[in-house]
Write a protein that binds this ligand. Structure first.
Ligand SMILES: [Fe+2]
Ligand SMILES: [Fe+2]
Length: 157
């Protein structure tokens, strides 16, 4: 699978979970907690394959976009810490929904920038075959992703 197609599919998956969270009832605590666990798993896998494979490759092949990559890593950093805070949080805590809302806002902004401003330049620089090969590696690497968001490289930088 093409690396960029794979990443966009992941983005769609998390967007679906975000909508589910937003539509869950105020007091649907168990459901909201389960959705947040799913979001965490998806985002850990996604951030992992981006940080381990896609970002370094894109930066090497499209050096003009280095600033974008650096900014993206900072955004992953913030998201990783929010996810780790949510892990230990009671969904009945008055700050739970607020924290998830900020997480969602951050990720939506991040996805928009990746898809609109950056991916087209990376596609141009890497070309079809290279993206295909990267996509295959990334698909396999998902199983190596950490379940602890703070184990992501971006969280430790
Ligand atoms: Fe990203
Ligand atoms: Fe992404």
């Amino acid at each position: 699978m093409d690396a960029i197609v794979l990443l966009k599919d992941d983005h769609k998956t998390v967007e679906k979970l975000f909508k589910e969270f937003e539509q869950a009832g105020e007091t649907a605590y168990k459901k909201k907690q389960e959705i947040v666990e799913k979001i965490s798993k998806e985002l850990c896998e996604h951030a992992y394959i981006e940080e381990a494979i896609f970002y370094p490759e894109a930066r090497a092949e499209a050096p003009d976009t280095s600033d974008h990559v650096l900014e993206s890593v900072e955004e992953h950093h913030v998201v990783a810490w929010l996810l780790s805070e949510l892990k230990g949080m009671d969904p009945k805590d008055e700050r739970f929904d607020a924290k998830v809302t900020v997480l969602i806002e951050n990720v939506r902004h991040h996805i928009k920038e990746e898809e609109e401003d950056w991916f087209p330049q990376v596609r141009e620089a890497l070309g079809r075959n290279r993206l295909q090969e990267l996509g295959e590696r990334m698909e396999k690497a998902k199983s190596e992703a950490p379940s602890d968001p703070l184990a992501l490289a971006s969280a430790r930088q």
